[in-house]
Design a protein around this ligand. Structure first.
Ligand SMILES: Cc1cc2nc3c(=O)[nH]c(=O)nc-3n(C[C@H](O)[C@H](O)[C@H](O)COP(=O)(O)OP(=O)(O)OC[C@H]3O[C@@H](n4cnc5c(N)ncnc54)[C@H](O)[C@@H]3O)c2cc1C
Length: 450
């Protein structure tokens, strides 16, 4: 039997962060939008879920903050980071009035934002999987999908949005899956949930580093604490198969600050893993299509930026498309494509620097002499610690971490530090200067070709 064909103003594949934000922005502006997802909600996805104040501001912008807060995760107004025993602690600059982070499990977070999309009038079909794009006159004009009974459907729309994650079907179907820019991660992710009897610590999001190992503790909903380990990739063999739990616990023990934080807590979940991670930008707009969220752009989890950017640029895509799709004089395809192209360029401009900074942290290298000095600086200077938190919170640009004066002071104090060899400091300076130069060149080339 021929599939039935329905017409929408926009069709979105994927209905988690990016898909729901785009659907909300379009539906709130009166457009007839369909979002399909092969998952059934509520359901989990392979992701930890630290939400910076800037992320919560995006959740607020799509109207989901009260429902997300009602899930019951604690507010965390304090950020803490430690390198060996050098510890800094700070609050956050407020973004849209929000000066606390939260950690909310995806099962609930995604269900809440999807609920807002449905309330706004979006048509949401779960357990439906996109299988083919429909093309007319060189443009994407719709898609085919199968439902949970394996029935095939066809939908038509002037725009098809892939919000279908890193393995995006839409990206592949339009030939955009090979990235414009990519960087394999030097770290892997292993995470698990613990009980958390430490009521006095549930307002703090913490990170610890020793050598190349990095671990975090983020108090989350249900009274639990999420702890993510990000070892360098050469340690992956230690985490293989049945050994994963053992290796995860050994990793916790290798970070004394984390081990102390988790003392008295009980590991109550499986250890989940994510390896083979790559950060990238893909071409994210073309005739009749656009890629929102991870489908178009991904950063290593080490800086926890993905959920924020999926919501933000999902919403902005919807806002950019709404006037074009809702035009009383009819939809002009060139205007649709111009809107998605402008949107994609904006995301590239906004995100390239944090992408590069994330790649530095994701390299999995042991901290360098200069990095040690920056931790000492943050420990003794609250204003500098606040700048570091502001970078994660997207209030400050990564370059604000190392203005020339700060670097000069860090080099001078590294050279005075007992036990630090001058040649190591000189090598570090060479590496940092080289990296900054390469990043600058990469940024210029990338943005000028876009
Ligand atoms: C290990 C790990 C830890 C992370 N930790 C954090 C963190 O702490 N904080 C943070 O901000 N970010 C984090 N991120 C990043 C974050 O998970 C992503 O950036 C975010 O999920 C992107 O949302 P999205 O909507 O683009 O895609 P996704 O959340 O991946 O959703 C894509 C959806 O598309 C659906 N789909 C796929 N193919 C099809 C198809 N053919 N048909 C229909 N539906 C389809 C899927 O079922 C899925 O529901 C982490 C990522 C990883 C991998």
């Amino acid at each position: 039997m021929e599939p039935t064909t329905e017409q929408f103003d926009a069709v979105i594949v994927g209905a988690r962060c990016a898909g729901s934000a785009t659907a909300i922005a379009l539906a709130q502006r009166g457009l007839h939008v369909l979002a399909i997802d092969s998952a059934r909600f509520p359901s989990d996805t392979l992701s930890t879920h630290l939400l910076w104040p800037t992320t919560l501001a995006e959740i607020q912008a799509i109207g989901a903050l009260p429902a997300v807060e009602a899930i019951g995760a604690p507010r965390m107004p304090i950020a803490q980071a430690a390198l060996d025993d050098i510890v800094w602690e700070t609050g956050y600059s407020a973004v849209s009035g929000i000066d606390y982070a939260m950690c909310v499990r995806r099962t609930r977070l995604d269900a809440v934002t999807l609920g807002v999309a449905i309330d706004a009038g979006a048509v949401v079909r779960q357990q439906c999987t996109a299988t083919a794009l429909v093309r007319t006159g060189g443009r994407v004009a719709g898609l085919r999908y199968t439902d949970s009974d394996d029935r095939e459907h066809e939908v038509r729309a002037p725009i098809v949005i892939g919000a279908d994650g890193r393995k995006s079907f839409v990206a592949k179907a339009v030939g955009a899956d090979v990235p414009l820019l990519a960087q394999p991660s030097g770290r892997a992710c292993y995470f698990a949930y613990w009980t958390d009897p430490h009521a006095d610590l549930r307002h703090i999001a913490s990170q610890w580093r020793v050598d190349g190992l990095l671990g975090t503790a983020f108090p989350c909903d249900d009274g639990k604490v999420l702890s993510l380990l990000q070892p360098p990739i050469d340690l992956i063999p230690e985490f293989r198969g049945r050994k994963v739990r053992e290796a995860y616990l050994a990793g916790v023990d290798a970070l004394p600050g984390l081990a102390k934080r988790l003392a008295g807590c009980e590991l109550v979940s499986q250890v989940r893993s994510c390896t083979g991670i790559e950060s990238y930008f893909r071409r994210s707009s073309g005739p009749g299509w656009a890629l929102a969220g991870d489908a178009g752009h991904f950063k290593d989890p080490v800086t926890a930026q993905g959920i924020r950017d999926a919501y933000r640029y999902g919403r902005l895509l919807g806002e950019a498309l709404a006037p074009v799709l809702g035009s009383r004089t009819g939809v002009i395809p060139d205007k649709v494509d111009a809107a998605t192209a402008r949107w994609a360029t904006q995301r590239e401009r906004d995100c390239i620097e944090i992408y590069q900074w994330t790649n530095v942290l994701a390299a999995g290298q042991p901290p360098s002499p200069i990095e040690y000095e920056l931790y000492y600086r943050a420990q003794s200077r609250p204003d500098y610690a606040a700048t570091l938190a502001d970078i994660y919170n997207r209030v400050a640009a990564p370059s604000e971490m190392t203005p020339p004066r700060t670097i000069t002071a860090a080099v001078a104090s590294a050279l005075r530090r007992p036990g630090v060899a001058g040649r190591d400091v000189a090598g570090d300076v060479r590496d940092q200067v080289g990296r900054v130069g390469r990043d600058l060149l990469q940024r210029r080339r990338f943005l000028s070709t876009r």
